[in-house]
Design a protein around this ligand. Sequence first.
Ligand code: FAD
Length: 495
Amino acid sequence: MNDRPSVVWFRQDLRITDNPALRRAASSGRLLICVYIHEDDDPAVEGMPSPRKPGAAARWWLHHALAALDRDLRAIGGHLLRLKGPAALELDRLIDRTGADRVLVNRVYDPEGATRDRMLTERLAARGVRLLSHNALLLHEPWTVRTRTGGPYQVFTPFWRAARALGEVPAPLPAPAQIDMADTAPAGLPLAAFGLTPAIDWAGGIARDWTPGSADARRRLGDFLDLHLPDYKSDRGRPDRDHPGADITSRLSPHLRFGEIGPRTIWHAVHHRIEAEGLTGPARASAQGFLTELGWREFSYHLLHHFPHLPTRNLKHQFDAFPWRDDPAGLAAWQRGLTGYPIVDAGMRQLWQTGWMHNRVRMVTASFLVKHLMIYWGAGEAWFWDTLVDADPASNTASWQWVTGTGADAAPYFRIFNPVLQGERFDADGRYVRRFVPELARLPDRFLHKPWAAPASVLTAAGVTLGTTYPHPIVDHAHARDRALAAFAGLRATT
Ligand code: FAD
């Protein structure tokens, strides 16, 4: 047996179950050092790129997720060593001190993180240390799903067909029963030293809705399978999670984002449910529909891997000439949920208060920014990055480009959501708007999604004074639609 310890470096895989790097290290019989390296504010070394820093809401999540991971590791005999500084230097120091000759990781796919892993592999090899990488984040590696000519897919349906044809998704790995830690590692830092939680506590609403960590991820998955899987397909468009039975969608996204649960676990749990309950007909189709959403997550990572400029540049280059508007006041009204369109404002306030927004409303709010206000999608993506607990390097940028029409298999730019009709269709009884825009709560359903159309007497009876208690629409829908379509037509004429 080799008596040199192995370093298990946690990144986007904050769990002990179905963690191939941890499992492999634990089963090698060597002593382990389980480490998380916090890199805030530290410059990269030797031209190594630094992964994008998490936004404020994700930092809150990360703090609690690291605490949960430490607890989980302690339950099997280990603990999480916390270090701070540029990863390459911190790994060097750790290896110097402990004599470790292997660093085991699960792969990341953001362009900076993936490039850095390649550079680290060489840097460590030069000193006789191996970086061993594994897949914990995805059902299939992005490079294994190929078109007939060997290239990447840019359309979802054939991508997903090809991915499913790759064969059975491997079963999730069990957590190691016991791990033995090397006692040569440094003491590490207290979690508070990372400064991840806000100085002024604005996170109360997030804390009320969410419990980071693998245990809660498993609970959410169980609840979702018990309560909503058979109706997911028909109900998933409804954002009103206050209805009896609570969450309609799984709300697993932040847990997946931080790797507290892996997609293989979800995949097999759903299949097990299909078989165990003998789901057929619409219930089976509903379960398959849920798995297809995991497919969209895979597709986003496929795109990010093959088009690493996805976070910063239009995938469809003809949009580079689009006449985006510079509108700081419009952007601020959108961010604060003060556009005068209730479904948009409810979504933006849900995001601000709880760190999450329902998928349908993400589409409506994003569309409003890029089409009604004609503000460049990057501004919205940045806001979501800062405020979403599930802000994901692949799904966020791919989804923004999808909504805008600049991305792969995207909704065409000329398809412009009408926020009134979207509200009336998906929040017909107004629960969602009433919850997040309480100043409109007493408006009758008929006018809830268009308060400006209500007669003065109705507004007065509901305690609404437009322009005072709730804004007038910051832009007229028909005018905004025409303006966006004209800009798009101009673009097509010149490209
Ligand atoms: P469910 O409906 O229960 O779906 C299960 C899982 O499938 C999700 O947790 C998620 O991992 C995946 N999934 C579902 N829909 C999508 C989708 N359209 N694209 C990619 N994966 C999907 N999702 C993120 O995880 N992080 C983001 O930063 C993010 N930003 C978005 C920005 C915009 C503008 C839009 C329109 C969508 C964005 N999404 C993002 C996708 C989607 O809105 C969320 O994944 C979903 O709302 C999460 O809720 P859920 O876990 O209840 O999803």
